[in-house]
Design a protein around this ligand. Structure first.
Ligand code: GLC
Length: 481
């Protein structure tokens, strides 16, 4: 079996490792970080700017891999009606009517420091704020456009407050940006309304330039709408419903976003910023969206699962946060699949995050305070995800996250790794009985010593865990009689 670092992406829950001929980390092609060309439509020009070594990309993304956990913040005018960030589109609110919300956007008691504090308390290491969403309302100063928080009643540059607060808290700074803007008819009919489409593109390039040039070092630039989505005009409009056209059937006509110019500028001004895979430009990591998109183990292409803490991106009152158990288990499952988790909150119109959500985030942070060494700075594997849970590793240590036991009093049976296990302990607890045979590794933890959320066993090996092959764990874990 190939060693861990050489294993390919796309391994299922109890999947077998990929064939040995799959690319190794060091031998990935220069464009390995790009979106799949099949989803790029005709706009391939930008691919030629991707000639960058795998080492360079790995160096750029090292901090992010270690961070593992970030806060996503959807904030904008849509917080006022409180029916989510798609309210304008879903309810077909005329652009002029929606724009009047800016008069109510006062941000009287707004405190970006509170966002940074809660992210820190949650054990998050980076944050991503919607600098501008599809409604076109920018949370920053834009000389060419008055639809901004600076021109609104608030007269505040929210992005400025945010980047300052997040940096002061010692966290990494990310900005979300949506090139498409519902205010431009050219977005819907790019050929017929060419002047409008071109004006929308000019806004995209100008606003990106502003964000890249005037807010200091950005650690993450998080685009939305690429691949087969909004940027490729991949929608089929059925009333107020967005439906995706089949892949490869986007309809952009003669219009081109000219992403390559933005990409060049981005790399010139922010050489270290990480770009997500939704911009139709070379990407540092890929996005999976929603709890259901947790997906497979993948330690080749860096990826991040973004999902909501309380079932909504933009503010919706009365949304209860998911349970602590659901949040912790999700974070653990993501880390064990070698990904990052970006957990979203949608603050209320005054910028406040609902107290129940703040409380939940603090609980997650408490859990990480006690168990963070098994998450931060680890990589997924070598035991692949299975019915039992997942594993992570760092140096000569493997953390086994047992989320579900085969039965009371039963031992957990896993495939034996080809190395010597020197010691097994419970994280924060005592020694654990284990038997390492030719084929199987058995671990015995009395019911009283198990943790409802996640029983974490620390396996100390006689060699670096990264040298091991990935180990598929059979679906059915056989309890020991
Ligand atoms: C979905 C939503 C969008 C949101 C994004 C976050 O695409 O439609 O509004 O910003 O998810 O990933």
């Amino acid at each position: 079996m190939p060693p861990l670092e050489r294993n390919a992406r796309g391994l299922g829950e109890a999947g077998a490792p990929g064939p040995a001929s799959e690319p190794t980390l060091a031998s990935l092609p220069a464009d390995a970080g790009l979106p799949d060309p099949a989803t790029l439509g005709e706009n391939r020009a930008v691919r030629s700017t991707a000639a960058e070594s795998a080492e360079l990309r790995e160096a750029r993304i090292a901090w992010w891999r270690e961070a593992r956990f970030g806060l996503f913040i959807h904030f904008g005018l849509y917080a006022i009606p409180g029916r989510g960030e798609w309210v304008q589109w879903n309810e077909q609110i005329p652009v002029e009517d929606y724009a009047r919300l800016a008069d109510q956007f006062t941000l009287r008691d707004f405190d970006a420091g509170a966002w940074a504090d809660v992210a820190r308390a949650a054990g998050m290491r980076y944050t991503v704020l919607t600098a501008r969403h599809h409604d076109g309302f920018a949370l920053f100063a834009d000389e060419g456009n008055a639809f901004t928080s600076v021109a609104a009643a608030a007269r505040r540059d929210v992005v400025r407050d945010y980047v300052d607060a997040v940096r002061a808290a010692g966290l990494r700074v990310g900005l979300y940006y949506s090139p498409m803007d519902w205010r431009f008819p050219g977005y819907i009919l790019p050929d017929l309304q060419r002047a409008s489409a071109v004006a929308m593109r000019e806004q995209y390039h100008r606003q990106m330039d502003t964000l890249l040039a005037h807010y200091g070092k950005l650690d993450v630039v998080w685009f939305d709408g690429g691949e087969n989505d909004w940027l490729s005009f991949g929608g089929d409009w059925k009333g107020a419903k967005w439906e995706k056209r089949p892949a490869g059937q986007a309809r952009r006509g003669g219009f081109d976003w000219e992403h390559d110019a933005v990409y060049r500028r981005l790399r010139e001004l922010q050489p270290d910023a990480l770009i997500n895979g939704r911009a139709d430009m070379p990407a540092d990591f890929h996005s999976r969206e929603g709890d259901k998109a947790l997906g497979d183990f993948d330690n080749q292409r860096p990826w991040e699962l973004c999902t909501t803490l309380a079932g909504a991106w933009g503010y919706q009152p009365d949304k209860e946060p998911k349970s602590l158990e659901a949040c912790v288990r999700l974070l653990v499952k993501v880390a064990g699949r070698d990904g990052n988790l970006l957990l979203n909150v949608g603050p209320a119109p005054d910028g406040r995050i609902a107290p129940a959500q703040v409380a939940r985030l603090r609980e997650i942070g408490d859990w990480l305070g006690r168990h963070g060494e098994s998450i931060y700075g680890t990589r997924g594997g070598p035991f692949l995800p299975g019915d039992y849970g997942v594993s992570t590793h760092r140096d000569r240590t493997v953390y086994l996250h047992i989320l579900d036991w085969p039965g009371d009093g039963a031992a957990l049976r896993l495939p034996a790794p080809p190395c010597r296990i020197l010691r097994v302990t419970r994280l924060g607890g005592g020694a654990v009985e284990f038997r390492q045979g030719e084929d199987a590794l058995e671990l015995v933890v009395p019911t009283a010593d198990r943790d409802e959320l996640d029983t974490i066993l620390v396996l100390e090996l006689d060699r670096a865990a990264a040298e091991l092959p990935l180990l598929a764990v059979p679906v059915a874990l056989r309890p020991q009689g």
